[in-house]
Design a protein around this ligand. Structure first.
Ligand SMILES: Cc1cc2nc3c(=O)[nH]c(=O)nc-3n(C[C@H](O)[C@H](O)[C@H](O)COP(=O)(O)O)c2cc1C
Length: 216
């Protein structure tokens, strides 16, 4: 059982990474072989879909992006894994640019231009997406249309098999709120959410990783 974790935040120890690492611990507890990829790692040089159409070529390799760059080996791992958990902060209403680049490269090769009803999926994958954000709760999430803008991206993983979303709201953004012009946010409130609700989200992430790997 292999479980791959993709961090779409530039912060390797931010909210998203913390949740992903807890999910990894849960997956390891379930006996999975785990790996975490940080998409913003400076050693990784890649872009989104380059529109090369290699994945649509007659007689070409299907279901996987073969465009040669640093993301390609990661995509090979993603289509061969049993469990895939992606994580991204909300950036201006959407998953981050690097997460979208990853999703384009993962998803487009599954789109079957000869028959949309038969996606070109190499292997069934059980997946989930973890989103973190300043947005305070589910109600505002819907008011801001994040349930469409964010969830549509996550739900694309459904082409590979069952998928789900874990949302972590009202996250602690700065290590020191005093240094920033951010009067909208009350630091004591953010600290309280970090010490209570976020701890529960960490537990949810652990259970998510464990459950997905147990279910296979
Ligand atoms: C460029 C940028 C844009 C952001 N835009 C939003 C936004 O539109 N809505 C929101 O709820 N949070 C927004 N945030 C807050 C982050 O989503 C939040 O702090 C998140 O937990 C950061 O994740 P990280 O700690 O893993 O980096 C934004 C943060 C940054 C840096």
């Amino acid at each position: 059982m292999k479980a791959l974790f993709i961090n779409g935040s530039p912060r390797k120890n931010g909210n998203t990474a913390k949740l992903l690492k807890r999910a990894m611990e849960g997956a390891a507890e379930a006996g999975a072989e785990t790996e975490l990829i940080n998409l913003y790692d400076r050693s990784l040089n890649f872009k989104g879909c380059m529109s090369c159409f290699a994945c649509k070529l007659k007689g070409g390799k299907k279901g996987i992006c073969t465009f040669k760059d640093d993301l390609q080996p990661i995509l090979e791992k993603a289509v061969a894994t049993d469990v895939l958990i992606c994580g991204s902060p909300n950036y201006c209403g959407y998953p981050t640019a690097m997460m979208r680049a990853f999703m384009e490269r993962l998803e487009f090769p599954t789109v079957n231009y000869s028959d949309y009803t038969k996606p070109l999926v190499i292997k069934k994958i059980h997946s989930a997406t973890i989103y973190t954000m300043n947005c305070p709760d589910e109600t505002v999430y819907k008011q801001m249309n994040y349930d469409i803008l964010m969830d549509n991206s996550a739900n694309q993983l459904g082409v590979f098999g069952p998928t789900e979303i874990l949302r972590s709201f009202d996250t602690y953004q700065f290590s020191n709120y005093d240094r920033y012009d951010a009067a909208t946010f009350s630091e004591p409130h953010k600290a309280q959410v970090r010490d209570t609700q976020f701890q529960q989200d960490l537990n949810k992430a652990y259970e998510l990783g464990k459950r997905l790997c147990e279910e296979g």
